[in-house]
Design a protein around this ligand. Sequence first.
Ligand SMILES: [Zn+2]
Length: 88
Amino acid sequence: MATLRLAERNIASCEVCTPDLAEIPFDYVLDIVTGSDPEETDYVMPEPAHCPNCNSPVLTGYWRWYTTEQGGRKVFVLPGTLVVLKQD
Ligand SMILES: [Zn+2]
């Protein structure tokens, strides 16, 4: 998947190897690479990206609206891996 590889190339490190520096969600990196609207896009990846520094899997976040038993709407959020962008 070209988009995934492209996003991977924009990462310097991740929250596993540089927890004090990583503050950008990987989804945001994908948004930059694809130019997609973050409100509209969910990324389905056939394989995880990997941190070029420590080789840990780098995952996208996930969120879905769901309806509660009371009829309200709530959002379930699973945050993606935080990364450090590569400085050009
Ligand atoms: Zn890492």
